[in-house]
Design a protein around this ligand. Structure first.
Ligand code: PMP
Length: 426
């Protein structure tokens, strides 16, 4: 995998800032950059086949439908789903989770039932369950994150006969991996949840661009991710629903293109995927997602990507460890082995100041609570800086980043402290 060649496929990297600085994009966890083939696919759709799907009995409409449906097959192959109709297109991860919360959980959960989450969930995989709990009387149970090791201790103890849903992230957008993959900790927990009669939802928003997802191996009942984190366009996501549950899950939206028959009084639904995709779907975006998957299949070897991103994490951690006043949040061993992001706090300096300074140097990082306020509070901070990588990032960019970080620390008056990191009151 030739990173420099791959980089040339992304038009955004040929732009310079006002100060003639190349973009250093360290915010792939927020959204990945798009290769030209994805952008071209959108333009091609609108310039040559724009029409609605599943409706028009004319050539354009048939083209659009064929292309749209071919992406469903690509996604199914990409995550190794057994059945194409298990793939439902949504607006993104957030919509996929709200979908299952409203259309399945609210229908089935009762007072006393438990929904098990981790303390590391993004708000997208927390707030919908809070509402389900309020509406049904079910209880939320959180598997704690160990503040020292950033690992989950004995998560299986939280799955009991009361558990009706395990809804957890595959990878945290703040601290990276939380599961011990060497011990198949996530897979074992899913198996335990099934043994206890619970259903499982996996938030794969962060994982999808960094590790091969095999849904049959993982064996969750639901899995969600966003197209934009997979180098595809915004406005499209994927909700996997295991075929055996298709009758149990109600449609989230009601409207055109999802019915078997309708009278003035009532309606019956078509089968999945139509049942779950009412209205005009994000056609161009789905086709753009298909182009992203084609691009990844052709150019990206996930094992090599893993090593590349882990090396970037490792070099960054080495650099950050030279600053005694920086505390890295995440399991450093795992980050060095298979990480794709590094979050950290700096004593006495607000991350927004650093991120703004870096922004003036055309370096894009994320600062804040990262839509995971409860986790950030568990880590006893208010805000963090996050550097997140994609296939297009290089070691040279990390060097520039570390130089600019040093300048920023000097500027904000925080010289390298001799205190031990452990004593930091961050
Ligand atoms: N879950 C995780 C772990 C995420 O990182 C994100 C995006 N930052 C989401 C859910 C929500 O994704 P989206 O905003 O694309 O719906």
């Amino acid at each position: 995998m030739d990173i420099i060649k791959i980089r040339q496929d992304f038009p955004i990297f040929s732009q310079k800032s006002g100060q003639n600085k190349s973009l250093i994009y360290f915010d792939t966890s927020a959204t990945a950059q798009k290769p030209a083939v994805v952008i071209d696919a959108l333009t091609r759709f609108y310039t040559s086949i724009n029409s609605n799907v599943h409706r028009g009995l004319y050539e354009l409409g048939e083209h659009a439908t064929t292309q749209y449906e071919s992406v469903r097959e690509k996604v199914a192959r990409f995550i190794n789903a057994q059945h194409t109709e298990e793939i439902i297109f949504t607006k993104g991860t957030t919509e996929g989770i709200n979908f299952i919360a409203a259309s399945w959980a609210q229908e089935y959960l009762k007072p006393g039932d438990e929904i098990v989450l981790t303390q590391a969930e993004h708000h997208a995989n927390l707030l919908p369950w809070q509402r389900v709990a309020q509406k049904t009387g079910a209880k939320l149970v959180f598997i704690p994150i160990d503040k020292e090791t950033y690992t989950l201790k004995n998560p299986e103890e939280y799955i009991t006969a009361k558990t009706k849903l395990l809804a957890v992230t595959y990878s945290s957008n703040v601290i990276g991996d939380i599961w011990d993959h060497s011990k198949q900790q996530l897979e074992n927990l899913i198996a335990r949840a099934h043994t206890m009669g619970a259903r499982v939802l996996i938030d794969a928003a962060q994982a999808v661009m960094h590790r091969r997802i095999d849904i049959q191996q993982l064996n969750s009942d639901f899995l969600v991710f966003s197209g934009h984190k997979l180098m595809g366009p915004t406005g499209v996501g994927v909700l996997y629903i295991k075929k055996a549950l298709h009758d149990d899950v109600q449609p989230y939206h009601l409207g055109g293109s999802m019915v078997f028959s309708v009278s003035f009084e009532q309606a019956t639904w078509a089968k999945s995927p139509q049942k779950f995709e009412a209205g005009t779907p994000p056609i161009a975006e789905v086709i753009g997602l298909g182009a992203a998957i084609d691009y990844i299949n052709k150019n990206i070897n996930f094992d090599v990507l893993h090593k590349h991103e882990a090396r970037l994490c490792s070099v960054l951690i080495d650099g950050l460890e030279k600053f005694k006043n920086i505390r890295i949040m995440g399991n450093k061993h795992w980050l060095r082995q298979h990480g794709h992001l590094v979050s950290f706090a700096i004593q006495d300096i607000h991350p927004h100041d650093i991120a703004s300074y870096l922004g003036t140097k055309n370096i894009a990082v994320r600062a804040g609570h990262h839509c995971a306020q409860p986790l950030v509070h568990v880590l006893e901070v208010d805000s963090l800086l996050r550097v997140s990588f994609g296939v297009y990032n290089t070691l040279a960019e990390i060097e520039t980043f570390l130089q600019e970080l040093t300048h920023a620390l000097e500027l904000f008056g925080n010289h390298v402290s001799h205190k031990s990191c452990k004593n930091l009151e961050l």
